[in-house]
Ligand binder design. Structure first.
Ligand SMILES: [Zn+2]
Length: 168
């Protein structure tokens, strides 16, 4: 998926995530940090690719990660980050939680592509996993990819609406 698609997914998650955070007692200032964290976090994993949005802006760091940490979809796309993020979301109260939400959204979205994502990359560098059967996964940049992005966005916005509706 491209950076634009990941940002679109991050933006679609904002109403839902911010509503939950507001109900959890985060201040308005912290909600702004959470929102920014979600957007930045949704771009971060692709820093492993020098031609990605962040890769172009942080070229040296991107090249180092690309060369030494698994190239495209290496350690920055490890599903382990989603598990770590879940712990941060559930057991901490920090406005930087948005960053972890954004990273998780990115990795889960990429796991719906044919290329898949690694799990425990440092133990197993070759295997890539998908959360959907391969025939339902799309290629990055394809029309199907755009459709999947739209469906994810729709689902996230719908979750936000349902959550808001149930909590008012
Ligand atoms: Zn990615």
């Amino acid at each position: 998926m491209s950076g634009k698609e990941h940002v679109a997914i991050g933006c679609a998650a904002l109403p839902f995530a911010l509503e939950i955070a507001a109900n959890a007692g985060y201040s308005e200032r912290e909600l702004v940090i959470i929102a920014g964290g979600i957007i930045v976090g949704s771009l971060i994993p692709d820093i492993d690719h020098p031609t990605s949005f962040l890769g172009k802006r942080l070229k040296l760091l991107s090249k180092i990660i690309n060369k030494y940490f698994g190239g495209l979809r290496g350690i920055t796309h490890d599903f382990l980050w989603v598990i770590v993020s879940l712990f941060v979301v559930l057991f901490t109260k920090t406005p930087y939680v948005g960053f972890f939400v954004g990273v998780s959204l990115h990795i889960v979205s990429d796991s719906m592509t044919v290329m898949g994502i690694p799990f425990l990359y440092f133990l197993n560098k070759e295997n890539k996993y998908r959360i959907l059967p391969k025939f339902l996964c799309c290629k990055s940049g394809s029309f199907m990819n755009l459709l999947v992005t739209g469906l994810i966005c729709y689902g996230l916005i719908k979750l936000g609406v349902i959550y808001k509706w149930k909590n008012t």
